[in-house]
Design a protein around this ligand. Structure first.
Ligand code: VTB
Length: 328
C-alpha cells in the first residue's frame, strides 16, 4: 500500500550530478572564460550521469550533436538500466555570471518519465511568468501586468508596493519594467539566470514573488520540472526574438499562440529535479571552500510526492582527487 513512498527517488541521485557540475564550474568563477566553465561542468556531469540507473535521452542539452560532443540533444545518458526518462540538463545556467563573478548561476537537471517533457525544438525564447503555490491559480499570461501584480499581491497577502518582481535586465524588457514600476511594485533586475529567478519566485523563503519576462525556452522546461515538485505555476508562450527563429517554428508547424503551463511542459508527475548553486544566490548558496572541503548547496524536488530537500554537502577534495578525474 505504501509502496509509492518507498519508490526510488531519482532526485537524490540527480543531486550528485549537479553537485559535480557546480564543483567543476566553480573553478572558473570570476576567471572570464565562460566556455571553460561550461566545458568543465559538462565533462563532470557526463561522468556523474554514468552512475545513474536510468535509460535517459537528452531532450534539452548542449545543442545539436555537431556542435556539442557531449550531453547533446538525443544522446543516451545513464547506466542503461532502470526507468526510461527524458532528461533536461543545463550544466551551467548562467555561464556569463560564472565567468564574471556574478550571482545566480546554477547547475541543473530535470528528469521526467519518457515522452512527458516538452521539446523546445527550434525555440530559443518564450514569454514566461512564474509564481509560487499561493498565487498559482491567479496568473494570466495575457492580462496587463498590473492586473497580475494586483492578484498576486492579494494572493501572497501583501500590498502591491511590496511585491518584488524578478526581471532579466534586457532591452526587450524596457516597457515591462516601466509597467511594473507604474503599478507600484518593485523591480529586481538581474543580468542572468531566470532558472534561479523562478526558484526564488516559488520558494516562500525568498523575497521574490514572481518572475516575468522573455527568457530561454529550455530554461522554462527545466523550471517546470522544479515547479512540478515544489508547487506553483509557470505560464509560457513561445516568443521568437528573430525572424529566423519565427520562420523555423512556423516551418515546423508550431502554433505560436499556445499557452503552456507547468502540466503541459511536463505532463507526468513522475519527474525529478536537482539544482546546485555555482555562484551565490538567494535560494542556493554558491560553492564555498573551507580547508580541504568544497561545500555545495542543492535543492531537489520530486513531482509525485512534492518533497523538497535542501542539501548541504561537504566534499573532501583531497580524497576525491585520488579517486576521480573530476576536478573538485
Ligand atoms: C535567457 C535566460 C537565461 O540567459 O536564456 C538569457 O533564460 C539569454 O537572454 O537564464 P539574451 O539572449 O537576451 O541575452 C540566461 O539569463 C542565462 O544567463
Amino acid at each position: 500500500m505504501y509502496q509509492h513512498l518507498t519508490d526510488k527517488n531519482l532526485a537524490l541521485d540527480l543531486v550528485r550530478v549537479t553537485e559535480a557540475g557546480a564543483l567543476a564550474a566553480a573553478h572558473y568563477f570570476g576567471k572570464g572564460d565562460k566556455e571553460a566553465a561550461d566545458g568543465a561542468a559538462v565533462d563532470a556531469m557526463r561522468i556523474a550521469f554514468q552512475g545513474l540507473h536510468i535509460r535517459g535521452t537528452v531532450i534539452i542539452g548542449e545543442g545539436e550533436k555537431d556542435h556539442a560532443p557531449m550531453l547533446y540533444n538525443g544522446e543516451s545518458v545513464g547506466f542503461g538500466d532502470g526507468p526510461e526518462v527524458d532528461v533536461a540538463v543545463d550544466p551551467v545556467e548562467g555561464t556569463s555570471a560564472v565567468a564574471n563573478g556574478r550571482l545566480n548561476a546554477v547547475s541543473v537537471v530535470g528528469v521526467a518519465q519518457k515522452g512527458s517533457m516538452f521539446n523546445p525544438g527550434h525555440s530559443f525564447y518564450c514569454k514566461k511568468i512564474a509564481v509560487g503555490r499561493e498565487a498559482a491559480g491567479v496568473i494570466d499570461l495575457d492580462a496587463p501586468v498590473k492586473d497580475n501584480l494586483l492578484k498576486i499581491a492579494r494572493a501572497v497577502g501583501k500590498p502591491i508596493t511590496e511585491v518584488n518582481v524578478f526581471v532579466l535586465d534586457k532591452p526587450r524588457h524596457k516597457k515591462l519594467v516601466q509597467d511594473i514600476r507604474m503599478a507600484g511594485a518593485r523591480v529586481n533586475l538581474h543580468n542572468d539566470g531566470d532558472v534561479a529567478g523562478a526558484l526564488m519566485a516559488v520558494d516562500p523563503r525568498s523575497h521574490i514573488d514572481l518572475l516575468i519576462g522573455t527568457g530561454g525556452t529550455p530554461e522554462a522546461v527545466i523550471t517546470a520540472c522544479a515547479i512540478k515538485g515544489s508547487g506553483g505555476q509557470i505560464l509560457t508562450r513561445l516568443d521568437p526574438q528573430t525572424e529566423e527563429e519565427r520562420k523555423r517554428l512556423i516551418e515546423d508547424g508550431i502554433d505560436l499562440n499556445v499557452i503552456r503551463g507547468v502540466d503541459d511542459l511536463i505532463t507526468s508527475d513522475q519527474c525529478f529535479f536537482a539544482a546546485t548553486g555555482v555562484s551565490e544566490g538567494e535560494v542556493l548558496a554558491g560553492v564555498q571552500y573551507e580547508g580541504e572541503y568544497a561545500i555545495t548547496t542543492s535543492l531537489t524536488t520530486r513531482g509525485r510526492t512534492g518533497t523538497m530537500r535542501y542539501i548541504q554537502a561537504w566534499h573532501n577534495r583531497k580524497k576525491l582527487a585520488k579517486m576521480s578525474t573530476i576536478l573538485y
